[in-house]
Design a protein around this ligand. Structure first.
Ligand SMILES: Cc1cc2nc3c(=O)[nH]c(=O)nc-3n(C[C@H](O)[C@H](O)[C@H](O)COP(=O)(O)OP(=O)(O)OC[C@H]3O[C@@H](n4cnc5c(N)ncnc54)[C@H](O)[C@@H]3O)c2cc1C
Length: 438
């Protein structure tokens, strides 16, 4: 009997995003059309699944990736490409919650996650406009300033290259108006995310993994060898099953989709800015996110387009009218871009967790899931994929830098739409109030 079933449409096309228009071509990843045996069947071809496939194949395992659309189709090919070190929670809070040993390992692993991204890019020659120029967190008001000051102090105590920025330094580094201070974390940077996902897929294939696009996993059945995962035209029989579907999780595995809150984040990109504007806007090429509850984030792409992101509607949309909050952010932050010429509008699903931490689940023997990066998955999902591969190869739970837990569906998940709408309105009001007071 099938444990879970899903009804994903096959081969949905990429959104009309900046990244889809400018990405390096991906490798051939034809649909699965046979019954195959493997050590690991990996469902989901984003950073998590592709990094898991690469690391498992490098360690000699037979890994098969099943991706409903194409590698990088989900959040991995749509995000801001900001390589952000650390977790949402402050290091001291993580240590208080998990103790010095596990907490210390979590902090060290999350802080070093950008190293893994940039090392993989270099080792596998991934052509993705990678720049390790640092990540700026800009404070929108006094509350944000306290947050970044705490963060600088806590990371500095742990030897990380994180430095405080005063109001003038943020203005000089970003060219943005209105920030009252911030931090520069030199461990971070930015990439072209779809090119990175495609590069990981190519590296996984080169290491011996199989990667199948257009291959939604539509049923999982317990079998004598382990697990049998069924697609429309084939099946994978494997000892281990890795669920790497994050904000796009469906009903394939019971409760997984309900363990995260999927929110839409929207982005818009201008046409390349003039040389004059580029002299003042992010001249050092950093990526920047701010401390608002509904954060604004921005960066330049390789051709000098200004890419701005923020919270979107509940549904996906490519109607420019739905991107008002994003275009208003640009007008507020960069009044010097007097009449921006918008070129692309797109969005994707961010997966939030109740404790603001990524989750590594082991819901049944031989089954692992990694998800819930809370908008910080470029580095964290890459790391999680590696950890899933290590756990699947037998790494003891006690050696991992994250707790291994069962899946816990969020209460009232069915009411998420009205609850999200209320929370967004409330946060927007608080952000507006604090910004007005500064
Ligand atoms: C607009 C936006 C901006 C963001 N900006 C940043 C940022 O700047 N920095 C940062 O660190 N993080 C950012 N994030 C978060 C980051 O993109 C994600 O955390 C990360 O990409 C998650 O990777 P993943 O592989 O786990 O999931 P995904 O990339 O979402 O991949 C999941 C895949 O699973 C597939 N799938 C689902 N069900 C099935 C099935 N049954 N069978 C087969 N395949 C299936 C989907 O098709 C999808 O391709 C952003 C996210 C969004 C949406």
């Amino acid at each position: 009997m099938a444990l879970g079933t899903a009804t994903r449409a096959t081969a949905a096309s990429l959104p009309n995003s900046l990244w889809a228009a400018t990405a390096a071509p991906g490798p051939e990843t034809p649909p699965l059309t046979a019954e195959v045996a493997a050590d690991l069947c990996i469902v989901g071809g984003g950073f998590t699944g592709l990094s898991a496939a690469l690391h498992a194949a490098q360690a000699g395992a037979r890994a098969v990736v099943l991706e409903a659309a194409e590698p990088g189709w989900g959040a991995s090919g749509r995000n801001g490409g900001q390589v952000i070190p650390g977790l949402k929670l402050e290091p001291d809070e993580i240590e208080a919650r998990f103790g010095p040993e596990l907490g210390g390992r979590m902090i060290a692993a999350a802080g070093a996650a950008p190293d893994l991204v940039f090392e993989l890019i270099e080792r596998h020659g991934i052509d993705c406009a990678a720049r390790r120029t640092g990540w700026i967190q800009a404070a929108h008001a006094a509350s944000g300033l306290r947050l970044v000051e705490d963060r600088v102090a806590q990371w500095s105590r742990r030897g990380a290259a994180v430095e405080p920025l005063d109001r003038a330094a943020v203005a000089e580094l970003t060219g943005a108006a209105g920030y009252v201070g911030g931090l520069l974390d030199r461990r971070g940077g930015n990439i072209q995310p779809l090119s990175y996902a495609r590069g990981l897929a190519r590296a996984a294939l080169d290491a011996g993994a199989a990667v199948h696009g257009g291959s939604p996993a539509i049923a999982v059945v317990k079998s004598t060898k382990g697990w049998r995962v069924v697609t429309p035209e084939g099946a994978v029989e494997s000892e281990q099953l890795l669920l790497c579907t994050n904000g796009y999780s469906d009903r394939l595995w019971p409760g997984l989709a309900r363990s995260v809150l999927p929110l839409q984040s929207y982005q818009a990109a201008t046409r390349p800015l003039s040389d004059n504007l580029r002299r003042s806007i992010l001249p050092g090429g950093q990526a920047c996110s701010d401390t608002r509850r509904l954060l604004a984030y921005f960066r330049l792409d390789a051709e000098g387009r200004l890419v701005v992101g923020g919270r979107g509607r509940a549904e996906e949309s490519d109607d420019p009218a739905d991107y008002r909050h994003v275009t208003e952010s640009l007008a507020r932050l960069f009044p010097q871009v007097a009449a921006p010429e918008w070129q692309y509008f797109w969005g994707g699903r961010v997966a939030l967790t109740a404790d603001h931490l990524p989750h590594l689940h082991e819901p049944a023997p031989g089954v692992l899931a990694g998800l819930g990066y809370n908008g910080r998955g470029v580095a964290m999902a890459t790391l999680m994929g590696k950890l899933l591969a290590e756990r699947a190869a037998g790494a003891p739970v006690g050696d991992l830098p994250f707790p291994v837990t069962g899946i816990r569906p969020l209460p009232l998940h069915g009411l998420r739409r009205p609850m999200i709408a209320f929370t967004v309105a409330w946060k927007r009001m608080l952000d507006g109030w604090e910004t007005w007071q500064r």
